[in-house]
Design a protein around this ligand. Structure first.
Ligand code: LLP
Length: 433
């Protein structure tokens, strides 16, 4: 009945998450409030980690793409679940470090890592750097050289795959700011150069073909292209690459229109392609990495808001305004992202109305959804926006000096704050006259 299996309804007709009444959470912690179900997050992690054991003899590692939601608690869960971590900035790296995450399981991505970020990676002994371009390769060789060390590196490759997704989040194609191209020979040349450098060791290649993808086919195609390229590298440079990182991007259900594939099917499908292509090219089986972000956390989360004014513009539309908006969820204005909305205090009632959900920011475009079917709503109701666990808190801002909401984790019938609500003083913390 509900979008995600961690949601339910209790005898008061209130929405529950992880068995806890969302109205109680809103009363205890205030709104807007991000809520996550830890048990659901761990279930998603296990679907991936168990699939590596089942379909690929455990010869791989699932990395949690921390950009989806980067907090110390999430890093800790990824560690507990035996996963690695994909970080993409000094800030994510620092969060992982402060959470005590084992650095040898960290992969540092990014298309424009600064020298300071790379120095931090060197200092913290990050396990692998995913190199984006030649400048970065030279910089890494210099920095690691000064420290008399050798960096394990992978190269970000553009495999040229059309992943049938939103243009903004399609990254595997040639016109992308990420990585080096296969078909122009750029990828082979950069690996040739890297092999000659004393302070890097090329261990593998990486690709990420996009996000919120529902088909298996582009992943299988990418896997084939990448393993074929590993074959070319071996034939041309006599170098056997050992790691194949196929990125993330596995689609989730935001609304009933979405029909996601069970997450373990990705490893099942991809491992078959990797095995057959490796055999065809006479390569040993590579160590596989995958980097799910959204599919680990999105459907395990929701956001609670308090409904303020409901403004009916006769013959046009009804605006329902909430106490948050684009500052805590910019995905509608960025991608016209669709969500499922519920009045949490009457969650099983029929959705008889249609609203445009507006935020409180001083900007007409500050909407969370348009033409949204919803239960009839009034001031003081609690609005739940479902599947907001990924790319909401992590993409939030303080626009209009609106403090960021708290993040609460529920597990085993209990709740705890994992990120405190910001105060006005927090907003001014670094502000000097
Ligand atoms: N690995 C790499 C190298 C990536 O660039 C990404 C996402 C992932 C893994 C994780 O992808 P996921 O499994 O979460 O789809 N802000 C956008 C999504 C941008 C994704 C960027 N890269 C959104 O809100 O939809």
């Amino acid at each position: 009945m509900f979008l995600s299996d961690c949601l339910g309804a209790n005898e008061k007709n209130h929405l529950t998450i992880g068995g806890i009444d969302t109205l109680e959470l809103a009363a205890e912690y205030g709104t807007p409030l991000y809520v996550l179900d830890e048990d659901a997050i761990r279930r998603h992690c296990r679907m991936y980690t168990e699939s590596v054991a089942r379909f690929y003899d455990g010869n791989g590692l699932i990395l949690y793409a921390s950009k989806a939601l980067c907090t110390k608690a999430l890093c800790k869960i990824a560690e507990d679940e035996g996963m690695g971590l994909d970080v993409v900035s000094g800030g994510e790296l620092y969060t992982a470090h402060k959470a005590g995450f084992p650095m040898e399981r960290v992969y540092f991505h990014g298309n424009n890592k600064t020298p300071e970020e790379l120095e931090l990676a060197l200092k913290l002994r990050v396990g692998q750097i995913v190199v984006d371009n030649r400048d970065e390769l030279i910089l890494i060789n210099d920095l690691w050289g000064k420290a008399n060390q050798k960096a394990d590196i992978l190269f970000r490759i553009k495999p040229g795959i059309d992943a049938h997704t939103h243009d903004f989040i399609m990254t595997g194609q040639i016109d992308s700011k990420f990585g080096v191209a296969l078909e122009t020979g750029e990828a082979m040349e950069i690996i040739r150069e890297a092999v000659s450098l004393p302070h890097v060791k090329v261990v593998g290649i990486h690709c990420h073909i996009g996000s919120q993808i529902f088909d298996l086919e582009p992943f299988c195609k990418a896997a084939e292209v990448m393993v074929d390229f590993m074959g070319d590298v071996k034939d041309t440079l006599s170098l056997t690459l050992t790691q194949l990182n196929l990125g993330g991007g596995f689609g989730i259900r935001y609304t009933d229109e979405d029909d996601p594939i069970p997450y373990d099917r990705y490893m099942e499908a991809v491992s078959m392609v990797v095995k057959s292509t490796a055999e065809r090219r006479g390569l040993p089986l590579p160590y596989i990495l995958m980097e799910p972000g959204r599919s680990i956390v999105a459907s395990a989360g929701l956001t609670l808001y308090t409904v303020g004014n409901v403004k009916e513009i006769p013959g046009i539309r009804s605006y329902l305004s909430v106490d948050g908006g684009m500052s805590d969820n910019p995905r509608y204005i960025l991608y016209q992202a669709k969500y499922d909305f519920l009045i949490a205090n009457r969650c099983q009632d029929a959705k008889t109305e249609v609203y445009t959900i507006a935020g409180k920011c001083c900007e007409s475009g500050d909407l969370l959804g348009e033409h949204v079917p919803l239960q009839s709503a009034r001031r003081g109701d609690t609005l739940a926006v479902l599947a907001t666990g990924a790319y909401n808190y992590s993409m939030s801002s303080r626009y209009n000096c609106i403090p960021r909401p708290a993040v609460v984790m529920v597990s085993g019938g209990k709740s705890r704050v994992i990120v405190k609500r910001e105060t006005y003083e927090d907003i001014l913390q670094n502000d000097c006259l």
